[in-house]
Design a protein around this ligand. Structure first.
Ligand code: GDD
Ligand code: MN
Length: 415
């Protein structure tokens, strides 16, 4: 079977399945089979050449027990260097229910899944990881739930017999932390399921069709919950298996994308958000700036402790030195990360130094502003001192960011 062409344009899933499956006849003519399957399972892959065959084999074996002829598997590969798409394509002879999409331009897990759903023909759409970390047998339980009429059936690590096999404390902490953050920023979406991070679920086409989806990064379920018309949900417990081959593609960038995705959904959902969106506020840049600011606090405290606590320098002098070191550190991070796209265009030493001086001035002004604001809130409005301080920090961070963006890292006189 040939490769399927990649849908382009907006990420909208059609309400009715796209054109039927083409069949190559022995005489060379192409005819079309109209036997659209009941459900379509997407397998997003990137460098899963070592596991894809085993996955297709065991999925087929399990599904054929009850659903033979009623499903299709769609591998959506992002042009993996290990040639996963080619390996999968080879398997289509043995597994006619397997289809392969090779993406060469667009990248990323969430959009891969949606592109797969766009070419899918089933009334039920699903997704499973390509590395065998999602146990295939759970699929039968998920399908059973869909048969009962729910809109969404999610495999969950946090319900019933579910769990993770041998995750490190760090990974468990990060996973739960991400979930808590989701609960804070987007409670109406994230609280609907016990495992909003799951990438293993089935959803009714009708619940997500004809809506423009706009996901970012890894967490496609959040997008489905946030933008779909999901009325009823079922959950099935499963144990997240250890990876046997290949490696996880999760990087720090994905955590940032996740945060950005949550904020985007949040903003799209309420009126204040629509307003903020119109302002065209650079959310991602601001998040980076905020993170850098946070790291500066750590630097500041560390230096203060070293100078005052260890060396025994006076408090004021120590504090000033600590603040300056933090400013230098923040400047470097902002220059090479937050505003890297802009600083790259003006890299000569003089310019960098000028930016550094300006950054110092803006931070200093920010400090004065902060003290003023804190006093105003505390003395005039009688606010709790710590709350006032927190508010002042937030306001000044925003101010620092905005002024730096508009006056410091803007691109001027590019040759
Ligand atoms: N097409 C495509 N493009 N596929 C990708 C990409 C990409 O950019 N990045 C990752 N994948 C595929 C992988 O090949 C794998 O099949 C699947 O997406 C999951 O990626 P992993 O890198 O193995 O993710 P994980 O095991 O750390 O993370 C999983 O965490 C959840 C539990 O918190 C998620 O992927 C969820 O599916 C899972 O339930
Ligand atoms: Mn994995």
């Amino acid at each position: 079977m040939p490769l399927f062409s990649v849908p382009t344009g907006e990420l909208v899933i059609p309400a009715i399945a796209p054109s039927p499956r083409p069949i190559e006849n022995p005489d060379g003519r192409t005819s079309f089979a109209s036997d659209a399957p009941l459900f379509s399972l997407i397998v997003p892959t990137f460098n899963e050449g070592q596991s894809i065959e085993a996955l297709v084999a065991v999925l087929t074996e399990r599904l054929n027990q009850k659903w033979i002829g009623q499903y299709e598997l769609i591998v959506v590969d992002d042009d993996s260097p290990d040639g996963t798409w080619a390996i999968a394509l080879n398997l289509t002879e043995t597994y006619p229910q397997l289809r392969v999409v090779r993406r060469q331009i667009e990248k990323g897990l969430s959009t891969a899944v949606i592109r797969g759903w766009q070419v899918a023909r089933g009334k039920i759409l699903g997704v499973i990881d390509g590395d065998l970390q999602h146990p295939p047998e759970t699929l039968l339980d998920l399908l059973e739930q869909m048969e009962q009429g729910v809109d969404l059936a999610v495999a969950s690590r946090h319900i019933g017999e579910g769990g993770v096999s041998t995750w490190s404390v760090v990974r468990r902490f990060l996973s739960r932390g991400a979930q808590m953050l989701g609960l804070l920023l987007l409670p109406s979406v994230v609280s609907r399921v016990s495992d909003p991070m799951s990438g293993y679920f089935l959803v009714r086409r009708a619940a997500i069709a004809e809506r423009t989806l706009n996901p970012l990064g890894y967490k496609i379920l959040i997008e489905v919950l946030g933008r779909g018309a999901i009325k009823t949900i079922a959950e099935v417990g499963y144990v997240f298996q250890e990876r046997q081959d290949g490696e996880s593609k999760v990087t720090w960038q994905h955590y940032l994308d996740y945060l950005h995705h949550l904020l985007r959904l949040r903003l799209d959902r309420d009126r204040l958000g629509v307003f903020v969106r119109r302002l065209n506020f650079p959310v991602k840049r601001f998040l980076k700036f905020g993170l850098v600011g946070g790291s500066g606090v750590v630097v500041d405290m560390t230096i203060l402790y070293m100078l005052h606590g260890v060396v025994g320098l006076g408090l004021t002098r120590s504090a000033i030195a600590a603040a300056e070191v933090a400013i230098i550190s923040n400047f470097i991070w902002n220059d090479i990360w937050t505003f890297s796209d802009l600083s790259r265009q003006q890299r000569d030493r003089q310019r960098v130094f000028k930016r550094f001086l300006k950054f110092n001035l803006i931070c200093l002004a920010g400090l004065v502003l902060k003290v003023l604001l804190l006093n105003l809130l505390f003395n005039l409005f009688g606010m709790n001192a710590y709350l006032a301080n927190l508010l002042a920090i937030a306001a000044v961070t925003l101010w620092n960011f905005w002024v730096n963006l508009k006056l410091n890292w803007r691109v001027t006189q590019v040759k």
